[in-house]
Design a protein around this ligand. Structure first.
Ligand code: EPU
Length: 339
């Protein structure tokens, strides 16, 4: 474990933008954290925990310590008739873990295939897609408190999971370093949930569908709609889908009858941010210098086509947010972490 100075993060963010960290260190085991905590450097400097860098817009220079989570390992800690329990290192690649579980025929995270990032990032924003959220398979999350150096375990119910959110987003003011996550995945399910979009892709009867079919269909859908960050710099959805009140939804539908909306608990409706952004005229927009823009196939994705900067992308995010507010009166909230 060596601390590096003025270290380039270009390879460590899926936007692929130029970014440099004043200090950078890779964490391969819980024990790597303790000397850093004891040194006091995390009190003297600001710090940032980086996983796959797939949901973050880094500044050109990060004047602090970047701790890159590289903790590996997938351990089976329980294997019963109906389920398996895994303890997974937070630095493991998320999609590799999905593949591993699907190859074992397990249910729980098959619809979350191809989401970029690490296992440790999955509870932070409670990743979700095609009607499934990671929270439904998480048993507990293991952390080290970077303020005290104490190991802490949070059971699912303590994590405050909700749509794209959890207590880890600002847990203990960002002092929690997730070291591993425990998942329970099922061998059988009473009712196998498959979203309408996935079922259409599959064209199979529900009783013939296995987790690997769902995983494969999700991969097909994602490859069609979303840019591969290895080929085009992006960080997935830039904004969360906003929740609006019943009255606000009715008001919007009067003006825009074709607006999609999905009923949620507490008399709220979820409206696709991608639709709002497309209607505000942004889909396929490209900057004058042709370095960045809004993805042609999906308006919720900002892409870095060339050498764009954090300042340029931040300005675009603000401009999109403003125009959606002006056109629809709906406030979009970033899904991506902006520093
Ligand atoms: N839509 C448009 N124009 C667009 C994009 C979308 O009109 O350019 C409309 C369509 O009506 C579509 C609806 O928006 O039916 C929803 O679009 P989509 O199914 O692509 O899903 P999303 O709500 O935009 C969410 C997640 C994705 C996840 C998909 C699939 C959020 C913020 N995003 O996107 O997650 O893959 O559902 O379930 O909830 C991510 O978080 O990075 C991400 C890609």
């Amino acid at each position: 474990m060596a601390m590096k100075q003025n270290f380039s993060l270009k390879e460590f963010n899926t936007f692929g933008i130029r970014a440099v960290a004043k200090h950078f260190v890779e964490i391969h085991a819980d024990d790597d954290l303790f000397p850093i905590v004891e040194s006091g450097m995390l009190r003297e400097n600001s710090f940032l925990i980086l996983g796959g860098g797939s949901n973050i817009l880094l500044p050109e220079f990060y004047d602090g310590v970047v701790l890159r989570n590289c903790i590996q390992g997938i351990d089976v800690i329980q294997d019963d008739d109906d389920a398996m329990v895994f303890l997974v290192g937070a630095g493991e690649n998320w999609n590799d873990f999905v593949d591993y579980s699907v190859d074992l025929g397990l249910h729980g995270i098959e619809a979350l295939a191809l989401i970029p990032g690490t296992v440790g990032a999955c509870p932070v924003q409670n990743i979700g897609a095609y009607g499934l959220e990671a929270a439904s398979s998480i048993v507990e999350v293991n952390c080290v408190d970077l303020d005290t150096g104490h190991r802490l375990v949070f059971a699912n119910a303590q994590c405050a999971f909700s749509y794209r959110d959890s207590m880890f987003k600002d847990g203990f003011n960002g002092n929690l370093f997730i070291t591993s996550v425990k998942f329970k995945l099922r061998k059988y399910v009473d009712a196998f949930f498959v979203s309408e979009e996935v079922r259409k892709e599959l064209r199979l009867d529900i009783d013939m569908i296995a987790p690997r079919h769902v995983r494969d269909a999700v991969i097909q859908i994602r490859q069609r709609k979303l840019p591969d960050p290895r080929l085009v710099g992006n960080a997935g959805s830039i904004f969360k889908n906003p929740f609006v009140s019943t009255a606000n939804c009715a008001r919007l539908k009067t003006k825009h009858p074709q607006m999609p909306s999905y009923r949620m608990p507490d008399e709220l409706f979820k409206v696709p941010a991608g639709w709002l952004i497309e209607q505000a005229g942004w889909k396929g927009w490209i900057s004058e210098n042709r370095h960045f823009g809004v993805y042609q196939q999906h308006a919720l994705i900002i892409v870095n086509y060339g050498d764009s900067t954090a300042a340029e992308l931040t300005a675009l995010i603000k401009a999109i947010r403003h125009s959606v507010l002006v056109k629809f009166g709906v406030q979009l909230e970033e899904e991506v972490v902006l520093l």
